[in-house]
Design a protein around this ligand. Sequence first.
Ligand SMILES: [Zn+2]
Length: 263
Amino acid sequence: MTGAPNVLTDIRPCIKCGYNLLGLEISGKCPECATPVERSLRGDLLAYSDATYLRALLRGVTLIMAGILLVILNFVLGITLMALIGPGATILAGIIGMLASGVSIYGYYLYSSPDPGQLGNNRGEQPRQIVRIMLVVSVVAAITQFALMLIGNRGAGITMGAAAGIDWMQILASAIGGIAWIIQFFAVMLYTRWLAPRIPSERIFKRAKLLMWLGPLLCVFFLCFIAPLIAMIMYYNMFSWIRKDLIALIKGAEPPSIAAMQY
Ligand SMILES: [Zn+2]
């Protein structure tokens, strides 16, 4: 101990307002916005985030992964049962499909939880909000489709004109749901690219960046089932990496060095 005051000797911006903290006491506060100086020195790492927030992200990621597995199971099971028991299989497929949607919608909802300790110029906030808005649109579209299906099935009492109207509304609802899902995919990728340096994980960042264009490209070849399956496995892998890192962070592991990483 030299007895010298514990002040910042290099140029460091305030994490909230960008004020230059050079020469200020580390135990002090930013003179512009009153954020503790120490908070700005710790940076944005998830290791310093609230454990409740991290557990919400972990639950979200786990449910997203369960949703992906259900979709794959449904696909494999659907083909097998279709061959064995015929059209009756579509009812079972419909039930598993609805379960998969419910699980993944709740998963993405938790994965896009706001961080109460998040400060500063937040690049992740916009994609995070878009994810949540698109979830609402998806749910409304799905409920509308389901309601229209019930009305349409009443059959006998419905005129030809009304039936055609219901058909068109169903097509519209399913189109809106599909568009919401596509927008949500890109928002989740942007949000994950923002989250990755906070973990910090270079491979998660690179995977999200890659899937942003490779995912849609692989899904264009949906008629050969292997390409979208590869996209889904790569997507699933990314979430399994996030899950592993979140578990380590919740257990209190030291964050790895970020010095060598490039984003
Ligand atoms: Zn400040």
